[in-house]
Ligand binder design. Structure first.
Ligand SMILES: O=C(O)CCC(=O)C(=O)O
Ligand SMILES: [Fe+2]
Length: 278
C-alpha cells in the first residue's frame, strides 16, 4: 500500500487532533495495574498466550481497519540481537562524541568493547521496505513521554521502521478524520485481511466517526512498520511501563559495569529508522 503524498514540512508545527491528545493523556495517567486490564490496549504478547480466543494473532500480523498500512511484527528481534543492538547503539555509535547527543554534556562513561561489524549486520536485519538513511535513538525512563506528532521531515514515503528494546511502552497511533482520507477497505483476498482487528464496541463507535486510533503495548524486540496511510499518522508514547524490562535486557551488557549494572532494567530504547530520499 503506497503512502499518500507527504504533508508539507510546515505541518511539523501542527497540533495533534483533540481525540489523539485525549487518548495520550488518558494513558499517561492510568495507574500501572489498570494498564494490564485496559481492554482498549492491543497487547499481542498477551494475545499469544491466549490463542484460542484470539485467533487474529499471527506471528507476522498486519492490522488494518483502524490505521491502514500499519504493520506490527511482535518479537522480531531475538534476545541476542537486542543486546547486540544496544551495544552498537549505546557503546559504539552514541559513545562517539562526534555524534553529539543531549547526553554528552552530562556523562563520561567507561565503555566496554564495541560489537564487531558482523554482529551489527545481524542486528540490522530489519524489514527491507525502507533504505535506512537516518535513525533516531529515543531513550526513555518510566515517566518519560513522547508527545503526539507526525514525522513529516522526510522527503521519502518509505515506511518508518520503529524498533523497541527494554521496558514495555504504550504506543498510540491514529489518523485525523479532518485531513486524512478514509482508509480503503482491504479485499477478502488481500494478505492484510488475514488478521481482522480486535472487536471493541467503543473503538468501533469512534472509528465510525473517523477517529481511527490504535493503542498498542509494545514489547522488547517488537518492530512497528508505519507504511501506507499510517506513514503520516499521528502517534505518541504516553507511557513507559516500570518493571517490565525482560531479564536478558536488564542484564545487559553483563558483568564488570559496576554501578551501571542493571541500568537498562529501567529503560526503553526506541530506534526509529528512516529513509530520507527516494
Ligand atoms: O518511541 C517510540 O516508539 C516512537 C518514537 C517516534 O515516534 C519518533 O522517534 O518519531
Ligand atoms: Fe514519530
Amino acid at each position: 500500500m503506497a503512502a499518500p503524498e507527504p504533508p508539507p514540512l510546515s505541518h511539523a508545527h501542527h497540533t495533534a487532533p483533540p481525540h489523539i491528545r485525549a487518548i495520550h493523556k488518558t494513558y499517561q495517567k492510568l495507574p500501572v495495574p489498570a494498564l494490564a486490564h485496559d481492554r482498549h490496549i492491543l497487547d499481542l504478547a498477551a494475545a499469544a498466550a491466549d490463542t484460542p480466543a484470539r485467533q487474529w494473532h499471527a506471528p507476522h500480523l498486519k492490522l488494518v481497519g483502524y490505521v491502514p498500512g500499519l504493520q506490527i511484527i511482535p518479537s522480531l528481534l531475538p534476545p541476542r540481537t537486542q543486546r547486540t543492538l544496544l551495544s552498537a547503539l549505546l557503546h559504539k555509535h552514541l559513545s562517539n562524541p562526534e555524534h553529539a547527543t543531549n547526553l554528552h554534556p552530562h556523562y563520561t562513561l567507561p565503555y566496554p568493547s564495541s560489537p564487531s561489524s558482523s554482529d551489527i549486520k545481524t542486528a540490522s536485519s530489519l524489514p527491507k521496505t525502507t533504505t535506512p538513511q537516518a535513525a533516531i535513538t529515543n531513550l526513555y525512563s518510566p515517566g518519560d513521554t513522547l508527545a503526539p506528532h507526525r514525522d513529516v521531515s522526510e522527503a521519502s514515503r518509505a515506511p518508518l521502521v520503529s524498533v523497541s528494546v527494554g521496558c514495555d511502552a504504550v504506543f498510540v497511533i491514529g489518523l485525523d478524520p479532518a485531513t486524512d482520507s478514509p482508509p480503503v477497505p482491504s479485499s477478502p483476498d488481500s494478505p492484510d485481511s488475514s488478521a481482522p482487528p480486535p472487536r471493541n464496541p467503543d473503538a468501533d463507535a469512534s472509528a465510525e466517526a473517523g477517529e481511527r486510533v490504535l493503542v498498542l503495548r509494545v514489547h522488547s524486540g517488537d518492530v512497528v512498520v508505519m507504511g501506507g496511510a499510517s506513514r503520516w499518522a499521528w502517534h505518541s508514547v504516553p507511557r513507559v511501563v516500570a518493571g517490565s524490562c525482560p531479564g536478558y535486557v536488564a542484564g545487559w551488557p553483563g558483568a564488570g559495569m559496576g554501578e551501571w549494572a542493571g541500568w537498562m532494567g529501567g529503560k526503553r530504547v526506541n530506534l526509529n529508522v528512516r529513509q530520507m530520499w527516494d
